[in-house]
Design a protein around this ligand. Structure first.
Ligand SMILES: Cc1cc2nc3c(=O)[nH]c(=O)nc-3n(C[C@H](O)[C@H](O)[C@H](O)COP(=O)(O)O)c2cc1C
Length: 399
């Protein structure tokens, strides 16, 4: 977990150094205490001012720092994790051979903290046997490597060697710091808002973005769970997650119904339509035809169905987006649907709910508990929801 973690962010002199600014920002946003360490080479590509302004500490770049007589041991011993992004071919060679000729390599040699290396270079450099041998040595020593991706490289070339996406890098750092307390647990998550077709171009939808459900799936995977995500959203997913894309409430129902029996935990965070048009027009309804009458019929109440079929030991988590009487509505929904936890948010409050990256919720438990989660990121909410799930599993272990 990145919240409160002390992270040394090493930046070396590759063209992708500008992306490490985004890595830095994301680490800080996730609550980490970030100390940037730049090589001289990195200083040719990106400015120290940017990192010093975004990170938790000013940039360090010298072994001969007057305020700190032994900076590499201070940094190495104080870190919970060290991440180098981007890592040049030079850095890989020096680290693999144990050469400590600058602050970053000296810190890497002086630490017992886990290390995450994110190489980035041109395809020819990446494929060079010396680079691959150095990486093999580092991997063998337990260094975590976030492999580069394929795509556009500097100078207009296209190939393998591009720095991994910042979100992937931050997820990898988080994974290294995260205890796999959900290992062996099968988690099924739904996310997004369903769309109910009126005709080939129009639909009845809602404002759910899927961000909260995706965060729950990603955090569960990071904590070791086997995760299936049934989602209406096409936002990218980070981590080993089986993604089932759906559009309508009926498709979501079918996807969930066929997988729920195997799930130890089902988290229904999707906003599923309560009603859909009785019939879908085969062609676009013309304005010239006058005001159409669209008759609606109820969709299947997936949460209620899951509650009715719940097997012993299975944990069912529902979500309630409310605009009034949040507590009363959430508690009655919890009981009516036979859920174990109900996560309620007041979507009329600022920075909460649909489309935002932040959320503020209360997690109600069937035993009468109410856990308030103050305004935080959706990842932060996901952590707390899964903590509550874990507490329930510990109280009544699955048979
Ligand atoms: C424009 C430019 C781009 C470079 N991009 C990379 C790169 O992506 N990866 C890499 O390993 N080296 C790259 N290099 C070479 C490194 O900058 C060089 O090896 C330098 O000594 C690395 O220094 P450092 O590892 O101490 O930061 C590049 C050099 C230049 C001039």
């Amino acid at each position: 977990m990145l919240q409160g973690a002390r992270v040394v962010l090493g930046v070396t002199g590759g063209i992708a150094a500008y992306k490490s600014i985004e890595v830095c920002r994301r680490l800080v946003d996730a609550g980490a205490h970030v100390q940037p360490v730049l090589t001289k080479g990195a200083g040719r590509f990106v400015g120290e001012t940017t990192f010093s302004a975004l990170a938790s500490e000013p940039v360090r770049n010298s072994l001969w720092d007057e305020d700190d007589p032994i900076p590499h041991t201070t940094l190495g011993q104080g870190a919970d994790v060290i991440v180098v992004a981007p890592a040049t071919a030079r850095l890989l060679a020096d680290y693999a051979s144990g050469r400590s000729n600058d602050l970053l390599t000296a810190t890497l040699i002086a630490t017992r903290a886990p290390v995450v290396i994110c190489p980035a270079m041109h395809t020819e450099m990446w494929e060079h046997p010396a680079v691959q041998d150095n990486l093999a040595v580092l991997r063998r020593r337990g260094v975590h490597v976030v492999d580069p991706e394929s795509g556009r490289l500097a100078g207009g070339d296209v190939g393998h060697g591009r720095l991994a996406d910042p979100a992937r890098i931050v997820a990898a750092v988080d994974a290294v710091l995260t205890e796999p307390d959900l290992a062996g647990v099968n988690v099924l998550v739904t996310a997004g808002g369903t769309r109910e077709a009126i005709d080939p171009v129009r639909f009845i939808g809602n404002r759910s973005s899927g961000k909260q459900g995706h965060a729950i799936a990603e955090v569960a995977a990071r904590r070791g769970a086997t995760v299936t995500l049934v989602t209406t959203s096409d936002q990218p997913v980070t981590g080993p997650i089986e993604v089932i894309s759906v559009v309508s409430a009926a498709e979501m129902h079918e996807a969930v119904a066929s997988r729920s029996a195997q799930a130890d935990v089902v988290v229904m965070s999707a906003a599923v339509a309560d009603f859909r048009p009785v019939s879908v027009a085969g062609e676009k309804i013309k304005k010239s035809g006058g005001i159409p009458e669209i008759r609606l019929e109820p969709t299947v109440d997936i949460l209620a169905e899951l509650g009715g079929n719940k097997r012993a030991g299975q944990i069912l988590v529902g979500f309630a987006a409310e605009t009034t009487d949040v507590a009363a509505n959430a508690q009655s929904k919890l009981a009516a649907k036979n859920a174990d936890l109900l996560v309620a948010n007041d979507v009329s409050a600022p920075s909460v709910g649909f489309e935002h990256d932040t959320n503020e919720v209360v997690i109600y438990g069937a035993a009468g508990t109410a856990t308030e989660v103050a305004l935080t990121t959706k990842v932060g909410v996901a952590e707390r929801v899964l903590d509550a799930v874990l507490d329930l599993r510990l109280q009544s272990p699955a048979p």
